[in-house]
Design a binder for this molecule. Structure first.
Ligand SMILES: Cc1cc2nc3c(=O)[nH]c(=O)nc-3n(C[C@H](O)[C@H](O)[C@H](O)COP(=O)(O)OP(=O)(O)OC[C@H]3O[C@@H](n4cnc5c(N)ncnc54)[C@H](O)[C@@H]3O)c2cc1C
Length: 384
């Protein structure tokens, strides 16, 4: 039997998507519980690259650039294809580097300080999404007419709705190591480090994060590739701790929820399949899910929440669908060598690629149509 509502909204998962949803809904007057099995600060495997797009969402949702997250900014990017340097750029749009342990703790603390009820550090003992009910390991029963599942790539909420959290045939996988010490002088992106993906070396305030990622099913020995890649960069793989994590690299979920249950961030499959960017989409979808919940509750129709959310998410879906189409041109094994030659030689393609990468340019922007034109010339073998 359904329990009496204790809140207006339950948010499961307190990463960027969950904290964004919780603070947005609380500011609109809802009683919100923010639930996470982890106690914050907690780590999350991630490059920690925060683009201009993500920064914009941080400011819009949290009121400023969240300086306590400790950002390290760079405008230097080097594109490589293995040992071949394609281009070195020193005036790229700024990308902010952080650690997720710092960023996520800052966002969760902001939500709690605003008045969201902190239900983190408790495992979920039972989850009844149809009834909007969560039983925590300490016996507390939380219930609300709307639930937002922001619980990441292995989302228990998505699993409860659809039987599985993600499609193993399409999901992405990434491996990373942390190298403490002095930061490097910029971002390195190796476009051939993994099939349908790339390798990165990101400078942080106190070291570097190196990783490779791509579509899991197309990289049966990603660990071996990563070890070889590290050796080629002068790092002995036997001396470092390699960690891996799935990400929805181009696995956009057809429906981000059901009736009064909404999915945001990785739980909804919102990662850019070209750049691997997920923080911006997690923040934005969390915010939009909360806005949909607020309106559905004001209408007295919590089951309308999904329709309201889908309408708000149309732009995000369009962006990621365009990215999925373009990813075929960037990463397809037949086309990639031509794409990389063009990237090395065309200033215009480089600029647009950088603008996309740093979140300054949307895939729907008219200038991207010119980029697409260039890409199609790659297909037909004519130079740009
Ligand atoms: C190796 C790697 C590198 C990446 N690099 C970048 C990058 O540089 N820039 C970028 O923009 N994106 C990057 N991404 C993607 C980015 O990390 C994700 O898209 C982003 O974290 C999604 O945020 P989220 O809030 O949806 O989920 P998460 O950040 O995963 O948060 C989910 C939360 O839910 C909680 N949770 C999970 N299950 C339960 C449960 N059953 N009960 C209670 N709580 C639960 C977890 O503890 C967690 O706190 C990278 C991903 C990987 C794997």
């Amino acid at each position: 039997m359904a329990a009496q509502p204790t809140h207006d909204l339950l948010v499961v998962g307190a990463g960027p998507a969950g904290s964004a949803a919780a603070i947005t809904a609380h500011r609109a007057g809802l009683r919100v519980a923010l639930i996470d099995r982890a106690t914050f600060p907690r780590d999350k495997l991630c490059g920690g690259g925060v683009t201009g797009r993500a920064m914009g969402h941080l400011v819009a949702i949290f009121g400023d650039r969240v300086p306590e997250a400790g950002f390290h900014q760079t405008t230097h990017i080097r594109f490589t294809a293995g040992p071949r340097v394609l281009r070195q750029i020193t005036d790229a749009p700024p990308i902010h580097m952080t650690t997720r342990v710092g960023l996520d703790a800052a966002l969760q603390a902001r939500a709690v300080a605003a008045g969201v009820e902190d239900c983190c550090g408790q495992r979920i003992a039972a989850l009844d999404v149809a009834e909007g009910q969560v039983t925590l390991a300490d016996g507390r029963v939380l219930a609300a007419p709307v639930v937002i599942g922001a619980d990441g790539i292995n989302s228990a909420v998505a699993k409860a709705l659809f039987g599985r959290a993600h499609d193993p045939a399409r999901v992405g996988f990434a491996l990373e190591i942390e190298v403490p010490g002095l930061p490097g002088d910029g971002i390195d992106m190796d476009m051939t480090a993994a099939p349908w993906g790339y390798g990165w070396d990101f400078p942080k305030a106190h070291g570097r994060t190196l990783g490779i990622g791509g579509i899991a099913a197309k990289s049966p020995d990603m660990k071996g590739s990563f070890q070889d890649w590290l050796s080629a960069r002068g790092i002995d793989p036997a001396t470092v701790r390699i960690k891996g994590h799935h990400l929805p690299f181009g696995e956009l979920r057809p429906s981000p929820g059901r009736d009064h249950v909404l999915l945001a961030g990785d739980a909804a499959g919102l990662v850019d399949p070209i750049t691997g960017e997920g923080i911006a989409w997690a923040l934005r979808s969390g915010q939009l899910a909360a806005e949909a919940a607020v309106i559905a509750l004001r209408m007295g129709a919590p089951d309308r929440a999904l329709a309201l959310y889908q309408a708000r998410m149309a732009g995000v879906r369009r962006e990621l669908s365009r990215a999925m189409w373009l990813a075929k041109l960037v990463y397809h094994p037949w086309l990639q060598p031509r794409f990389l030659n063009l990237l090395a030689s065309s200033d215009r393609l480089q600029r647009r690629y950088l603008e996309v990468l740093s979140g300054e340019l949307d895939y729907g922007d008219v200038r991207l149509r010119r980029l697409t034109g260039l890409m199609l010339r790659v297909l037909t073998g004519r130079s740009g």
